[in-house]
Design a protein around this ligand. Structure first.
Ligand code: NAP
Length: 364
């Protein structure tokens, strides 16, 4: 094997008070020596990273405001795509040297719990256990591949496993132009639901329409009456809420009696937990219980990774379906922003400020 050349990696030296604080003070790009195969385990694989996703979870992890707090200094990058450059004797036959692969962020990198949590994807080189890698499905590019698993698995877990969304039902997707929102939009259409999608700008609404939304609604101010008008006065059967805050309360008012309200995230209120990994929930989100009872709503918490850690059996059918859809070209992540790894702070700022639609990636 030809010796691997040294590269670069991103380091978060200390958790920020907020993600912008981490970006400005604690994020840097440093040299990275190439991994030495002689020092790795037989189950390990060396991946030359070609593209790594800059996701919302990567951002809130940098201030310790995500449920899983990394120990700094660490290299972020939950999900990446690249080329296998070396594999150990026990890494499995499902991937070979030269294969183009994606990494499963639950099993390797900073969101994982085992020995590979130090190998984040914001780097030239990553080392992962063979079991955490799979070939890129279908004709997805590296940029699309590293935006597949987390986003679509989240959307599937929320809409299908928890929400039981069925053909013919109507779902209101809040924050539909986001990474998980666009995934939810595509999956809802694949199961035959009618989608009402929200967004804060005309550009974002145009994009979600291009991705198949049946109706779009701007979320400046009240929108309950528009949703009611689009559903014959009935309200929606399911709400997919990755946004939280005031928009959640308005969406509750737009539901049908007995609807399912899926709590996916709270992009509009990211400072629920204390900064610097201080935990607790001083700014806890709140929903109006009077509306929940009068409308007989099922409010369902949908933490994908936590639910899967507790019951790993829920993952296989989800992955099978997503890889099948992606392999057939029925799912394709949208990536609006691309940066070199050296511009990581710019990439993080773009994601934080809401300029990005779908995915944002960095190229080592
Ligand atoms: N349940 C799970 O397992 C799971 C998994 C992954 C992520 N999440 C959570 O889901 C949420 C969304 O994640 P994502 O990756 O889709 O994020 P994202 O790509 O940043 O998208 C968030 C969307 O929220 C909308 N939004 C509305 N008000 C906002 C505000 N004030 N600030 C920021 N965004 C606002 C934005 O759309 P407009 O600008 O058009 O309104 C944006 O498209 C996050 O809270 C994340 O932590 C949950």
């Amino acid at each position: 094997m030809t010796p691997l050349a040294a590269g670069h990696r991103v380091v978060v030296s200390e958790l920020g008070e907020t993600p912008p604080d981490a970006i400005e003070h604690f994020v840097s790009v440093v040299d990275q020596p190439a991994p030495d195969p002689a020092a790795l385990a037989p189950g390990d694989v060396i991946v030359e990273v070609k593209s790594a996703s800059v996701g919302w979870v990567d951002l809130i992890m940098s201030s310790g405001q995500y449920q899983h707090v990394p120990t700094p200094p660490y290299t972020p990058g939950l999900e990446y795509a690249g080329v296998v450059r070396w594999k150990g004797s026990a890494a499995g036959d499902h991937i070979q040297v030269g294969d183009e692969v994606i990494a499963n962020g639950a099993l390797t990198g900073p969101r994982s719990l085992g020995d590979h949590r130090g190998w984040g994807g914001w780097a030239t080189w990553a080392v992962a256990p063979g079991a955490a890698l799979m070939r890129i499905p279908g004709s997805l590019t590296f940029d699309e591949g590293c935006n597949l698993l987390g986003n679509y698995e989240t959307a599937y877990h929320c809409l299908i496993a928890r929400g039981q969304l069925k053909a013919g039902e109507t779902v209101l997707i809040l924050g539909a132009s986001g990474a998980t929102g666009l995934a939810a939009l595509q999956i809802a259409k694949l199961v035959g639901a009618t989608v009402i999608a929200t967004g804060r700008s005309a550009d974002k609404l145009a994009l979600v329409r291009e991705h198949g939304a049946d109706h779009v609604i701007a979320t400046q101010g009240e929108f309950k009456d528009q949703v009611k008008a689009l559903t014959g006065g009935r309200g929606v059967d399911v709400v997919y809420d990755g946004v939280g805050g005031a928009i959640s309360a308005e969406a509750l008012r737009a539901t049908a009696f007995g609807a399912r309200f899926l709590i996916v995230g709270w992009a509009s209120t990211p400072f629920v937990a204390k900064g610097k990994g201080g935990r607790g929930a001083p700014n806890v989100n709140q929903l109006p219980t009077n509306l929940i009872i009068m409308k007989s709503l099922d409010v369902l918490g949908c933490p994908t990774v936590i639910a899967t850690l507790r019951d790993p059996s829920i993952r296989a059918p989800r992955l099978k379906q997503i890889l099948e859809w992606a392999g057939q070209g029925q799912l394709r992540p949208h990536v609006s922003h691309r940066f070199p790894l050296s511009a990581i702070r710019e990439a993080m700022r773009a994601k934080w400020s809401g300029e990005v639609t779908g995915g944002c990636v960095v190229h080592p």
